[in-house]
Ligand binder design. Structure first.
Ligand code: GLY
Length: 377
């Protein structure tokens, strides 16, 4: 298959590198930082396309396919690395606190059941039996049985080790630029010199528009969207499964941390954790569950999601032969890692990218890019 270079060692870049290496390619991954940092480290690892209420059909279909691939994906990485990523597909609960929200959840349940998605509206007492920590003002909830979570920090370590075991070279660089001629990509030039490649993949997440050396038509319109998060230390089993409440989601980890996320902020590359951000998260969480108020807040952090003008990722080949994009996953990068890896590897290995048409960067070329506004739900 020839040499492939992946720029960006987040979960998306590492998943692509691992998939390609398993298919026999010689792969190098470059990143300015250690592998699996940035949004890959900062996320909560929720695998919840239905709870996210994605209405864009091609994106929902891609997310649903990736969710189905997760058990096999994690098993392959565990086999190669010896590290288990703690995948839990035991459902995600959406808790409602008024009748209007509960009615909306019932309508969503009908629509999801019609598509064959396993979900179950729960009355107040059923929700409180499942999650007794939720507050007295609860109305009911909706359990999506097929959704769940993965420990994204463990998955990052596992993927880096799986890549290493599969012969992928992961290199840290300080400056890097793609080199190409008028028609095709040639490789990359970093502070360590030039490396030729048959294919180069831009998997730089929120920084994907800053990968230089390619024609303007190959630069993805990415905007960083900050998410701030906090963690509380809670007794093991206090919160049983990932739960959404108005304004926040709460994700229990096996080590006793309860992750609470996340803000959605358009503030450039500002990665500061702010008093306002932490206040908003605590306000939402404690409104829904006053019982959480007595626990210790142990951590706060933030990450930058790669947002796109239409909310879809940008995946597949570009106008420059051999130059591929795998970015713009916005709120669903961890969920979309398996399907992205498979489809990008298909595009590189077999020149097969028809499944990626809806996600092509070409969709932005018909409009005046200067006039595009980034909008988010
Ligand atoms: N996937 C949830 C978030 O981006 O906050």
């Amino acid at each position: 298959m020839g040499d492939v270079i992946v720029v960006g060692a987040g979960l998306i870049g590492l998943s692509i590198a691992f998939e390609l290496a398993q298919r026999g390619a010689a792969v190098r991954v470059y990143d300015r930082a250690e592998p699996a940092r940035a949004a890959s480290w900062a996320g909560a690892g929720m695998l919840a396309p239905y709870t996210e209420r994605i209405t864009d059909e091609p994106l929902l279909a891609l997310c649903a396919a990736s969710l189905r691939e997760y058990p096999d994906f994690v098993a392959r990485i565990r086999d190669a690395s010896g590290i288990d990523a703690h995948l839990r597909l035991d459902g995600v609960l959406y808790a409602a606190f008024d009748a209007a929200e509960m009615n909306a959840l019932r309508r969503q349940a009908e629509a999801l059941q019609a598509r064959g998605v396993g979900c179950e509206p729960l009355d107040r007492s059923a929700v409180l039996t499942a999650e007794p920590w939720l507050g007295a003002s609860l109305t009911g909830g909706l359990l999506k049985r097929d959704e769940g979570q993965v420990d994204n920090r463990r998955l990052g370590r596992a993927l880096a080790a799986a890549c290493d075991a599969s012969g992928v070279r992961i290199e840290q660089n300080f400056s890097l630029e793609v080199e190409c001629d008028a028609r095709r990509v040639l490789g990359v030039r970093s502070d360590r010199g030039f490396n030729g490649a048959r294919a180069v993949v831009n998997a730089c997440g929120a920084w994907a528009a800053q990968l230089h050396g390619v024609p303007r038509s190959c630069v993805p319109p990415i905007e960083p969207i900050k998410g701030q998060m906090i963690a509380l230390s809670v007794p093991s089993g206090f919160v049983r499964r990932a739960t959404w409440v108005p304004g926040a989601y709460l994700v229990p980890r096996d080590d006793g941390r309860l992750l609470i996320g996340a803000t959605v902020e358009s503030s450039g590359f500002d990665e500061r954790v702010t008093a306002e951000g932490v206040h908003a998260l605590l306000h939402s969480a404690l409104d829904a569950a006053p019982a959480l108020g007595s626990f210790t807040m142990t951590e706060s952090w933030s990450g930058l999601r790669p947002g796109t003008p239409d909310g879809r990722p940008i995946l597949g080949p570009s106008e420059l032969d051999g130059f591929f994009l795998a970015t713009g996953h916005y709120r669903n990068g961890i969920l979309l890692a398996p399907a992205t890896a498979r489809l990008i590897a298909d595009a590189i290995e077999r020149d097969e990218s028809s499944a990626l048409e809806s996600f092509s960067i070409a969709r932005f070329h018909t409009e005046d890019r200067a006039a595009q506004r980034i909008t988010h739900a």
